[in-house]
Design a protein around this ligand. Structure first.
Ligand SMILES: [Zn+2]
Length: 323
């Protein structure tokens, strides 16, 4: 059985794994992403793949390919990250340069697109034709399979669902600069800012003012009245976001992952699922946590490397070795 490498580029870390085509991860490692230059990032990814191969006792040339899942936005036609939020560079070309370093085919896809692919191949979505993955972590993103087709869009950024509007009054400004977006209220990065805004509005003082999302959830669980109220409001925004997803894509199943959702599902996801009916137009979808934990994106990268035909032809042209 041929092995592939899967790479997952997140907000802070890069993960690299070798896996077989059943999605079994054989070795994996994690490093803080280096952001100095394109060259540095390309070298980092390549050397992680080389090291993983050494640990497993295989040559890079024996791998069928490398799949890279990354936080967007991407330009898949160029095989690049475009103005990535986590890296202070206008463009980071990955497909061509990593292929030159390693000499094997490379495919690149949005990490949430990858996550829904991982779910479909190796997780709760096996055999499901209409499936959406929603990641509620540092940011919020999603991927969708509709009628069995993985959605990409013109540049590979279909389903940037973190940027649907959940608050028409737009009190919170999103990391993307626009107002009222789902991610601005419910992502791990923004829950603390939302909490501070609400404390100010309520004229209340609370120790949660300086806490991260995890800490605020812990206070809510301990019964702190204000924390419970804010967490309930966040869940309500999640209900709106999830209902939007069901109204737009009409999935049979929605799987939810991401560090915030997986860390406190009883506070973040379950109340949202109970409340989403208020916003639904379409027939209700099943919503459940991903069984793949934090590996959904990485496993999607593995799936794409194993079967590059899931990537539309116009995007496969970014690779010299797949043509
Ligand atoms: Zn936004």
């Amino acid at each position: 059985m041929r092995l592939v490498a899967g790479v997952d580029i997140g907000g802070t870390n890069v993960r690299c794994a070798l896996a077989d085509e059943t999605g079994k991860i054989l070795v994996s490692e994690k490093e803080r992403i280096r952001t100095g230059s394109e060259r540095e990032i390309v070298r980092q990814i390549s050397s992680m793949v080389v090291r993983a191969c050494k640990r497993r006792g295989v040559c890079v040339a024996e791998l069928a390919g490398v799949g890279i899942a990354s936080t967007g936005p991407l330009d898949m036609r160029r095989g690049s990250l475009m103005k990535p939020t986590n890296i202070p560079l206008p463009e980071v070309r990955l497909v061509g340069p990593v292929e030159e370093e390693l000499g094997i085919p490379v495919v690149l896809l949005n990490d949430c697109t990858a996550a829904v692919l991982g779910e479909a191949r190796f997780g709760a979505g096996r055999g499901v034709e209409d499936l959406v993955y929603v990641g509620i972590g540092t940011g919020i993103g999603g991927g969708a399979i509709v009628d069995g087709n993985l959605l990409f869009g013109k540049d590979g950024n279909a389903c940037e669902i973190g940027h649907v509007v959940v608050d028409p009054l737009g009190k919170m400004i999103c990391g993307c600069g626009k107002r009222g977006h789902w991610e601005a209220y419910c992502s791990g990065k923004n829950i603390p800012a939302y909490a501070r805004l609400r404390l100010e509005e309520m004229g209340a003082e609370s120790k949660i003012a300086g806490m991260d999302a995890k800490g605020i959830c812990a206070e809510a669980r301990r019964g702190d009245r204000i924390a419970r109220r804010i967490v309930a409001e966040v869940a309500e925004f999640n209900a709106i976001g999830l209902a939007d997803v069901v109204n737009v894509y009409d999935p049979f199943l929605v799987t939810v992952g991401g560090s915030v959702a997986l860390g406190d599902p009883d506070l973040v996801v379950e109340p949202a699922v109970r409340r989403m009916g208020r916003y639904l137009r379409n027939r209700r979808a099943k919503v459940k946590l991903t069984p793949l934990g934090g590996d959904a994106g990485l496993l999607g990268a593995v799936a794409a490397a194993t079967d590059p035909s899931v990537i539309p032809k116009r995007f496969r042209r970014a690779s010299r070795l797949l043509r």
